[in-house]
Design a protein around this ligand. Structure first.
Ligand SMILES: CC(C)(COP(=O)(O)OP(=O)(O)OC[C@H]1O[C@@H](n2cnc3c(N)ncnc32)[C@H](O)[C@@H]1OP(=O)(O)O)[C@@H](O)C(=O)NCCC(=O)NCCS
Length: 199
């Protein structure tokens, strides 16, 4: 590691808790320069969860017992009609206009914890949830409306752009099919992969 490279946080130093009322005080201390993402956590995340609109998971850095990040996930559909992705399905004889997806509704790493590998781990966490979900229902894509500042991060995570937009958020997707097939065929490896933090 070079002198200036940020130190990565190990998955074993993180713990995940589903958001609940007992976190009210803790979430007040969460720091993000992105006001909308902080406000969502404090004002809306729990209400949305209680209404079954989305589910939020808090990520704590154990050595300091600090809230380091949160991720909010929900069910969604990806509209592929008229896109290059849609055409690739038509070529395979699949003519649906939309396909099932899970959405990263919100993802935010506390300002003090950015670039330490936590965003990557939270994204892997969403992927792992999707693999489990596929044991019960079909769900093909992990999607996000990426804020301009986070597009490079999602590209690094191998998300692709669904369609270009002039302004605002950018619709991006990750096709889960290879991972879903891999873990279907190698079920026992899932727990090992978790230990190794691949997922
Ligand atoms: C975007 C965000 C979630 C990334 O989380 P993070 O914990 O800082 O990212 P990680 O450390 O896990 O980075 C994973 C990889 O992406 C790269 N990366 C992260 N942010 C990047 C950026 N802004 N530009 C370029 N690369 C970036 C990292 O260098 C790392 O690469 P590596 O694996 O080769 O080392 C975080 O910066 C954040 O919460 N930002 C503010 C809110 C936001 O924009 N949320 C997204 C809403 S859609």
């Amino acid at each position: 590691m070079t002198k200036d490279a940020p130190e990565k946080i190990s998955l074993s130093d993180l713990r995940i808790e589903k958001l609940s009322k007992r976190h009210n005080k803790i979430i007040d201390n969460f720091q993000s320069s992105n006001k909308e993402l902080k406000d969502f956590l404090v004002e809306d995340a729990l209400d949305n969860q209680e209404m079954a609109i989305s589910t939020t998971y808090l990520w704590f850095f154990n050595p300091k017992n600090e809230l380091a990040a949160y991720i909010t996930i929900l069910a969604d559909a990806i509209r592929i009609h008229g896109t290059r992705l849609g055409k690739s399905f038509v070529d395979q004889g699949v003519n649906y206009k939309t396909l099932p997806a899970m959405k990263i509704g919100r993802l935010c790493v506390d300002d003090n914890y950015v670039k330490k590998g936590i965003g990557k781990q939270t994204t892997y966490f969403a992927m792992k949830k999707m693999i489990r979900m596929n044991e019960v229902i079909g769900c093909r894509f992990l999607v996000v409306d990426a804020k301009p500042d986070s597009v490079k991060f999602y590209k690094k995570m191998d998300f692709e752009v669904l369609k270009q937009r002039e302004k605002g958020t950018l619709p991006m997707y990750y096709d889960m099919i290879k991972l879903i097939k891999y873990f279907k065929e190698n079920k026992t490896k899932l727990s090992k992969a978790k230990e190794e933090s691949i997922l």
